[in-house]
Design a protein around this ligand. Structure first.
Ligand SMILES: [Zn+2]
Length: 316
């Protein structure tokens, strides 16, 4: 179908005995482009594990970034999922089409504002006026301007809100977070990678690291299935969940990625892999799901895989 790079090393299929029973997992695309074959790998894992374990799939439209998100892409994502017969358990696609929804981030800022208020009450939130370029280059703690110490007002225009998530001064335990990935085994990391967390950017967008934790908690997600490119973000995600009152962190499964021959992961910039274009061509939905499963090594060789059969890949 398209030329792919080498497969990610490491295990591909989780031990069925280790999978949680009746988990709630989620498929959470950002509508900044069309669904592509990389998303389809995630969909095969998400719907497949849910089907094999009696679990449920929550669909969430992650359009917290209002500059990059487009309603047209969100609509196209719903169309593509229906064509693929990848149907979420919650909410219905009709509900998402009909109007405001708790499963579309741009529809209601209140949960994110409440989370920021929680972190503010812990004394963690500060306004940051550092230029973007300086932040991107920053590798130390906090931010280059030491804005936390400056104590700027939080409501200035064109100012980012950030949160200090460090440990040690508040009795929250050691700095390293360890977790047991369902595919990769025990992993550990230090959460505050690259300085402090951005909660709200200078354009007024809630950040991905804030929204994902708030939404997984309020949507009852207890199994996060996602690509290995997000593995390093997981310690911080667990830490943020705890600071926001999550008693038990979700389980995590980080699956292999589809890569281009260069080794870079497929992205929405790779227009030749858009699901809608492939379906408008000669590919069937079962062809695309089968291709995704074979490309990461879930099956030995390509065979068509209808959506109703993705659970067989993860069954005991
Ligand atoms: Zn700053």
């Amino acid at each position: 179908m398209i030329p792919l790079g080498p497969r990610d090393p490491g295990p591909v299929r989780p031990d069925p005995a280790r999978l949680p029973t009746t988990p709630t997992t989620r498929f959470a695309p950002a509508p900044s482009g069309y669904l592509h074959l990389g998303h389809l790998v995630n969909a095969v894992y998400t719907w497949g594990v849910a089907a094999a374990t009696g679990g449920r799939v929550v669909l969430r439209i992650e359009d917290h970034d209002r500059q990059r998100s487009r309603r047209a892409f969100a609509t196209a994502i719903l169309d593509d999922l229906e064509r693929l017969a990848l149907i979420p358990d919650e909410p219905t696609i009709a509900e998402l089409r009909a109007g405001p929804s708790a499963y579309r981030q741009s529809d209601d800022p209140a949960p994110y504002a409440m989370a920021v208020a929680t972190l503010r009450a812990q004394g963690r939130v500060y306004a940051c006026t550092c230029p973007r370029a300086a932040l991107l280059a920053w590798r130390g703690p906090g931010c280059p301007g030491d804005c936390r110490r400056a104590g700027l007002p939080h409501d200035l225009p064109s100012t980012a809100l950030r949160a200090w998530l460090g440990e040690g001064e508040d009795g929250n335990g050691p700095g390293v977070e360890s977790f047991d990935d369902l595919l990769l085994g025990t992993r550990a990391g230090d959460p505050p990678v690259g300085g402090d967390l951005t909660l709200r950017d200078r354009h007024g967008n809630w950040s991905y690291p804030l929204c994902v934790v708030v939404d997984d908690l309020r949507h009852g997600v207890d199994l996060v299935i996602r690509g290995r490119d997000l593995l390093d973000a997981t310690p911080g995600q667990r830490r943020r969940g705890r600071l926001l009152g999550r008693a038990t962190p979700p389980a995590f499964l980080h699956h292999p990625l589809l890569r281009k021959p260069s080794g870079a992961k497929l992205s929405k910039a790779d227009h030749d892999t858009a699901i809608r274009d492939l379906l408008d061509g000669s590919a069937t939905p079962a062809d695309l799901l089968g291709f995704a499963a074979a490309a990461v090594g879930l099956v030995e060789s390509f065979r068509p895989l209808p959506a109703a059969a993705v659970g067989t890949l993860f069954a005991p």
